[in-house]
Design a protein around this ligand. Sequence first.
Ligand SMILES: [Zn+2]
Length: 279
Amino acid sequence: MADTRAEIGVIGGSGFYSFLEDVTEVAVDTPYGSPSDSLFLGELGGRKVAFLPRHGRNHKVPPHRINYRANLWALRSVGVRQVLGPCAVGGLRPEYGPGTLLVPDQLVDRTKTRAQTYFDGEPRPDGTVPNVVHATFADPYCPVGRSVAIKSARDHEWDAVDGGTMVVVEGPRFSTRAESRWHAAAGWSVVGMTGHPEAVLARELALCYTSIALVTDLDAGTETGEGVSHTEVMRVFGENVGRLRKVLFDAVAGLPRTEDRDCLCTGVHDGWDLGIELP
Ligand SMILES: [Zn+2]
């Protein structure tokens, strides 16, 4: 029987796993419904990895309709404790042009409609009721995962920006020029549509989460042309997916073993009475 466990999760498109040998597809159901797609399990550098296409394998799930709770729950349920989240973003500063890789250390949530907690006091389908608890989120990303990702990028001569603020908007539309100028004036670095609630749900499940943001365009307030287009975003992503894959794979190999994790992410439940069992 194929192994259906993994220790590291990568939430990203099929470009990251489709050429791996011996990929096992595992369909996972969760108390929150179905994830975006099956998990695709494989081995990389001796580490067991679960890939999850964030938008589904045919890219049919837009950012605001992704079942983020099911996605993170599904990963945890196969054993994942550390997650890498590559994503496409817009640059909010002229120096963060297409092809920039940025590993943010802060996040601003401007989403509107997304379920962003497991601990809402609402009964679940199996009758269990999670308690209401409040996650510590001052530092939303895993410091260990961040440093591993930055080192991996620099090993591939990609000088990743170490830190910055990712503002996450609801989408699926891109920002207006006024919104974009506002985001830039606030001092934020990049704008995306999927980095939240992915980050906070990972934290609630005591998973280490690292966002790795590839700039595919300058946002509307920063550039002077027609504004952001989906075609341009896809073109730049396609140009960079090969080297991003290399960075991700090295980062996977560089992450600590599950039992060796020593970071703020692991202690998030200290003093909590969750009311439910985590998988
Ligand atoms: Zn961590």
